[in-house]
Design a protein around this ligand. Sequence first.
Ligand code: 6R9
Length: 561
Amino acid sequence: MTQQATTHIATIEGEYNLSNYDEIRENFDWSDAKELLSAAKTGKINAAYETIDRHVAEGYGDKIALHYMNEDEKRSYTFKEVKDQTDHYARILKEHGVTKGDRVFVFLPKTPECYIAILAAIKVGAIAGPLFEAFMEEAVRDRINDCAGTLLITDQELVKRVPKDDIPSLETILFVEDIEKEPLQPVDGDKYVEWVDWEDGLIIHYTSGSTGKPKGVLHAHRAAQHHIVTGKWVLDIKDDDVYWCTSHPGWVTGSVYGLFAPLLNRATVVIQGGRFSAENWYSLIEELGVTIWYSAPTAFRMLLSKGDLYKQFDLSSVRHVLSVGEPLNPEVIQWAWKSLNVRIHDTWWMTETGGHLIVNLPAEKIKPGSMGRPFPGVQVGILDEEGNELPRGEVGQLAVRTPWPGLMKEIWGNKDKFKSYFQYEGWYISGDLALQDEEGYVFFQGRNDDMINSAGERIGPFEVESKLIEHPAVEEAGVIGKPDELRGELVKAFITLRAGYEQSDELLEEIRLYVRKNLSAHAAPREIEVMDELPKTKISGKILRRQLKALEIERNNKVKN
Ligand code: 6R9
């Protein structure tokens, strides 16, 4: 593979110089990904070594690896400093008896220490278990218990949410405050690196499925191949990039694309502490000169609703923007294009897939409303209920040909759950519904269980939501099927209003008619309810349609009783 030339992009849907991309599409092979790692030459494997130490060994020790920004704090670390720090943490982990395969949990806010602790656990051959900083006691307990974590790295504040007595496997709790106090003993070379197999455990991410308990998705060191190659081609990382992924490493996006992929590609990574604020975000981009920015639709929608605020900042450093986690509404793409002068590149993948599978490569045509095309080497299928491939243009189950390097290794302690993803020979089933057009672009329709069936018509919530937020009064929308005796389900929308709009019957009717006129009569919501806030997953900000539906069903039952 050759390094891609910088391509000027004139419009969202216009013509580009695609030559390099055609080349990747035609010639790509997953073994090319392996070649990017030093393990391909040395046969010695450790993803943390590849992420940090390798760059020091190759002479890039003085390059900035991490910039940390919080309200009143700013710190930076070179690759050499991150290597020293991970060695320091690794030494302490070893002193506490951590060995290969142990589950080492990290419960810290978004700080350099969090990233360093995760890398150190991986360095010594343990399986890292990053926990989202907003988790409360029960969430912390269930996760560590599920895979019998033995050691936890946390701080004096978050430890208050660790119910030690309920976690019998937990032998040791280490505090970053103490680790930071111990004198650093820099070592040359790979003294603390545990060389492992490609199949050995790397990281475990807990993801809550549609029912009950979160499941532990275990990834192997082989995933580093997927991370490095998608970092190169999808994130488009070059040597002088300042890269900012806004997620916490407790969500797979924050570990794979906030930590591994950019650092494997030797980018300078931005870590931003504190909560979301449009002002802080824009000013961070300006101050650090962020060039690549990866975030989620919720965040982009919040920025959009702040209107012209962006005009007060110089955002001209940004050259590449990506989104993940939820459907990216065309309205948001258009807004970013017209106001921020950037194209937002959607990417689709899941905790279980370990890396990008469907993407908008930087210089390819974007079709607003579509997640993009399969990454080179990935084959997507749209399947019917029997597992047969449907023709282009039809909606069905979004599936992917197995295997690929990032694919999960197992669901911790749950073989049946693991098998349920592979019920059709040779396919991974995502649980999402989608269609693929003639050019290969994939259009998300909803989670299989979010699909609405109204009077025999199948309606995908995403399309209705996107139409709703085109209306100037609507900030965000969550659309569900409300049980209805006549139609089976009727389309119901929950919305939040943008600042300056007051709820009134006229306004809601106007919004309804807007969808009716611009989308279709059968998809226009029969009911619209205004909320102050939509319920969302804490960690990745996904709109919880299931919760909205549960609310409706509960209300319905109350009326009946
Ligand atoms: C990385 C991540 C996975 C589910 C996935 C799908 C939804 C992710 C999306 C998207 C529409 C996109 N999802 N990316 N929906 N467009 N670009 O999000 O992992 O938290 O495990 O969620 O998220 O429904 O099945 P995870």
